[in-house]
Design a protein around this ligand. Structure first.
Ligand code: ACO
Length: 325
């Protein structure tokens, strides 16, 4: 049966120039390169300049994705930005990007699902495309997580980085089978009872400040492997795809041990898992499209490949999206 599919036309990414190494961090808090690498796999992360905002990062990634897609800005009729670090409380970061692109018309809005944001944004964009409300959607994950960190808390400040990634999705007709290009299935979940394990201790209607990220790392870790594995099985299962058929797993890049633990739990070949955590750290909603762009640029991901993107983050939120490149 003919079906509308959201096909990826192109992708792009952007990392701020400034790099913070584990050795730099060891001068700031009581930590070491050995500890960070052993517990997380992270070696370096990128940090936005003081005058560089989330929308600046998003705009760079978006411009590259549009160029890579081979379309014009005004072919886009919707922008969805996943971010937990917006430029301002309002308006949305997406409207800043819209203005930056000189995009006339269409709609632009943000969604908030912390580290799962990109998966949630793909889910929303795909639903918009399949329901006929949009034809060409720019989906961006962009973060300046460095602005939310308590730089005295060694348990969190070593984990995160800044960056942005973007894809362009466009409506194309498929035959309704798993051989179609485009998004085949997305599953998203949340459980608000787990708020206290990972949150920011500030906000507009509480403290009136942006606040700092707080986390019970060990507890988050346990939930991460369980939830991510369940989301992968839910998305692949609903699409009728065996995990062995998937060419590349593109996970949220939180911690190399979470990537390895999930692969082990599901019997996934670790060589099929794209990892950029060593170079990017955890860039929250930006991490999946950043990893995706990396693997497209270096030639690992090719047209026709089956890709499984997944993430988990504060809320808790988690999800997975299966697509054919
Ligand atoms: N350097 C040195 N020592 C540290 C550091 C640090 N940067 N941070 C914590 N420690 C110490 C702790 O104080 C503790 O010391 P103690 O034994 O004297 O009390 C010891 O190291 C062990 O601490 P744990 O928190 O138990 O260490 P763990 O092995 O769990 O690793 C980590 C911590 C890396 C945070 C891990 O729990 C983790 O990655 N959790 C997942 C969190 C995550 O990825 N969150 C991102 C958002 S959610 C998501 O994206 C999935």
């Amino acid at each position: 049966m003919k079906t509308t599919r959201s096909v990826v036309l192109g992708c792009g990414s952007y990392l701020p120039a400034k790099i913070l190494t584990n050795y730099d961090l060891a001068k700031m808090v009581d930590t070491s390169d050995d500890w960070i690498v052993e517990r997380t796999g992270i070696k370096v992360r990128h940090l936005a300049r003081e005058d560089e905002t989330t929308s600046d990062l998003a705009l760079e990634a978006a411009t590259q994705a549009i160029r890579n897609a081979g379309i014009g800005v005004n072919d886009i009729d919707m922008i969805v930005v996943a971010t937990t670090t917006p430029d301002e409380t309002f308006p949305s970061t997406a409207t800043r990007v819209q203005a930056g692109l000189n995009m006339l018309g269409g709609a632009a809005f943000d969604i908030q699902a912390v580290c799962s944001g990109f998966i949630f944004a793909v889910s929303v964009a795909d639903a918009m495309i399949r329901s006929g409300q949009a034809k060409t959607v720019l989906v961006i994950g962009a973060e300046t997580m460095s602005r939310l960190l308590d730089w005295n808390d060694r348990g969190t400040c070593v984990l995160f980085g800044d960056g942005a990634g973007a894809i362009v999705l466009q409506a194309h007709e498929g035959d309704g089978s798993n051989h179609d290009r485009g998004v085949l299935m997305t599953k998203i979940f949340s459980d608000g009872r787990l708020h206290d394990l990972l949150y920011v201790d500030g906000g507009v209607s509480t403290t009136g400040t942006a606040g700092h990220l707080r986390m019970q790392g060990r507890e988050v870790f346990k939930h991460a492997v369980t939830n991510i594995a369940a989301a992968i099985e839910a998305a692949a299962g609903a699409a009728g795809v065996a995990l062995s058929e998937i060419d590349w797993f593109v996970p949220h890049q939180a911690n190399q041990r979470i990537l390895a633990g999930t692969a082990r739990k599901l019997g996934i070949n670790p060589e099929r898992v794209i990892s950029t955590v060593a170079e990017h750290g955890n860039t929250s909603a930006a991490s999946v499209p950043l990893a995706l762009s990396t693997a497209v640029e270096d030639g690992r991901i090719k047209r026709g490949h089956l890709i499984l993107m997944e993430a988990m983050g504060g809320g808790f939120t988690w999800g997975a999206s299966l697509l054919r490149w």
